[in-house]
Design a protein around this ligand. Structure first.
Ligand SMILES: [Zn+2]
Length: 316
């Protein structure tokens, strides 16, 4: 039995839990729930199958509960190559670790890379972002429908996909923006995320720590040059402009060039709550679109990551 705090939520609506985030692996769970029925979507498969299964089990979930996977891009910290390899044990022995009913949704530009990285070709469901960059697709029809708007960002050569997910299945609409490995923030990205309840965005590095690090200059330039990652200040500026209704979730902190405190500090006085993700421990479940009154009932350790409700409490 999962611990009560970790158990998948029983309330209707859209819920997010970041299992892990950082350069050693990224995976988040989106849980859609309506009238006692739930659907699960993972964002990225950057953890090993074994670790993912263990972290899902802590919530009372299994791979068989997963319906969809949204891939941001195919770097190894977002897609762990052994997902496409045959399982060595269990009922699905010999089958790819990704169950055959799962739709692995990737941008059409990433579809070839996905298959080369080991995603079984018959599971790949490509989408495009349209000629103006504005594509759309739907998921979870039987639970009232979730609309997903993908947008390509400037990360490296092929870009990374930023997702806007809107769910109407649990009463009021719940809207999530999710963007990692961004490169830079553009006006179109800001308008893509306008009006979201929760904005999950990378906050990769502290500029001073990056400049002072012993990393090769070429690597620093790649990270900071507009096609790599966002600094804490860039992330905070983006969050302020988007102005999420409820909270910001800070993703993909660099181990060498960032600290949770530095990432958190960039949001001082922001009129929203802040949750700092970790490479080593999942975040609590976060209800997207939940009221502040509901947040106050979250377990105490959440307070570490929430600003505004618990002023004066240290960062994660
Ligand atoms: Zn990454």
């Amino acid at each position: 039995m999962p611990r009560t705090d970790d158990a998948a939520p029983q309330t209707d609506g859209l819920h997010l839990r970041v299992l892990a985030s950082g350069s050693a692996g990224n995976c988040s769970v989106l849980l859609f729930r309506r009238g006692g029925v739930r659907r699960v979507c993972l964002i990225d498969l950057g953890l090993s199958p074994r670790r993912t299964v263990r972290l899902l089990a802590e919530c009372g979930l299994g791979l068989h509960d997963v319906d969809d996977v949204l891939i941001t891009h195919l770097d190894s910290d977002h897609y762990y190559e052994s997902w496409g390899r045959p399982a060595r044990a269990g009922a699905a022995r010999g089958e790819p670790m990704i169950p055959r009913h799962v739709r692995v949704r990737v941008h059409e530009r990433h579809a070839g890379a996905a298959v080369r990285a080991g995603v079984p070709a018959h599971l790949v469901v490509p989408f495009d972002c349209g000629p103006s960059g504005g594509g759309v697709f739907e998921m979870q029809h039987d639970l009232g429908g979730a609309v997903v708007w993908p947008a390509l960002t400037a990360h490296d050569t092929l870009g990374s996909v930023a997702y806007r997910v809107e769910y109407h299945g649990g009463g009021d609409a719940a809207t999530l923006g999710f963007a990692t490995d961004l490169g830079r923030v553009t006006d179109s990205l800001l308008s893509h995320f306008r009006g979201v309840d929760t904005l999950a965005i990378e906050s990769n590095y502290c500029r001073q720590m990056q400049l002072a690090s012993d990393r090769p200059e070429v690597l620093k330039r790649r990270i900071m040059g507009g096609a790599g990652h966002l600094s804490n200040d860039e992330a905070a500026a983006a969050v302020r402009k988007v102005s999420p209704r409820t909270r910001a979730v800070l993703l993909h902190l660099s181990r060498q060039c960032n600290t949770p405190e530095a990432a958190h500090r960039a949001h001082a006085d922001g009129p929203y709550e802040v949750v700092v993700t970790s490479q080593h421990a999942p975040t609590p479940w976060m209800r997207i679109g939940a009221s502040s009154a509901e947040h106050s009932r979250l377990r105490p350790s959440v307070r570490v990551g929430l600003r505004g409700l618990f002023d004066g409490v240290g960062a994660a």
